[in-house]
Design a protein around this ligand. Structure first.
Ligand code: AMP
Length: 213
């Protein structure tokens, strides 16, 4: 089973990917996490992606598509995965359609998490993420039990460099220009589930699980 999570930065894709991967016993493939890991390890891939990420722009397709398709060939995701942050434009979606083509594989559902722009800005502003397991928190809406520490694994929480006001604005612009056309793309293929992303993570998760059933 392959499920794509679609939505703007701050819509809750990361949170829902973690919750769904636990519930459905599927590994999570998050393109942003793959880039951040490469950046941390200072690999060639990380060096190539750095400037784009800092500016809130998309990393070029040839780099991104190769990275994600390589990840999707690994044994732990051969029979399914939750995709978070990929695809982010039509070219990436077409490449994924080819890689997950029937009869062997298929994209089962695309969960579009819909959240208004004002709420997105609020969420990204106070976001803290676990360095170890990537679970996101919000300093007001969903704080960790112990400040600076992940409830799930005890890892250190940090704020992403691209969660500053200027970069967030750019990331939202990029989302509306390049990624939002995917809503129609997947609607046409009959795979889109539109989910109201307002409210707390557990409520949104309940809506997603009900829609997937
Ligand atoms: P995310 O963690 O999904 O918000 O991604 C963080 C950053 O990584 C983005 O702002 C892009 O610079 C880059 N990135 C992640 N996924 C993609 C993708 N599918 N295509 C291009 N760039 C991406």
């Amino acid at each position: 089973m392959y499920i794509i999570l679609l939505g703007a930065p701050g819509a809750g894709k990361g949170t829902q990917a973690v919750m769904l991967s636990e519930k459905l016993k599927l590994a999570q493939v998050a393109s942003g996490d793959l880039f951040r890991q490469a950046l941390q390890k200072e690999t060639e891939l990380g060096k190539k992606a750095k400037a784009y990420m800092e500016k809130g722009q998309l990393v070029p397709d040839e780099i991104t598509i190769q990275m994600v398709l390589e990840r999707l060939a690994a044994p732990d995701v051969k029979n399914g995965a939750i995709l978070d942050g990929f695809p982010r434009n039509i070219k990436q979606a077409q490449a994924l359609d080819k890689a997950l083509a029937p009869p062997k594989k298929k994209i089962d559902k695309v969960v579009y998490i819909k959240v208004g722009e004002a709420e997105l800005l609020k969420r990204l502003g106070g976001r803290w993420i676990c360095r170890k397991c990537q679970v996101p928190y919000h300093e007001v809406e969903s704080p960790p039990k112990v400040k600076g520490e992940c409830d799930r694994c005890g890892g250190e929480l940090y704020q992403r460099a691209d969660d500053n006001v200027a970069t967030v604005k750019k990331r939202l612009e990029v989302y509306f220009a390049e990624t939002s056309p995917l809503i129609d793309y997947y609607k046409k293929s009959g795979k889109l589930l539109e989910i109201n992303g307002d409210g707390n993570a557990a409520d949104v998760n309940g809506r997603i699980v009900a829609a997937l059933r």
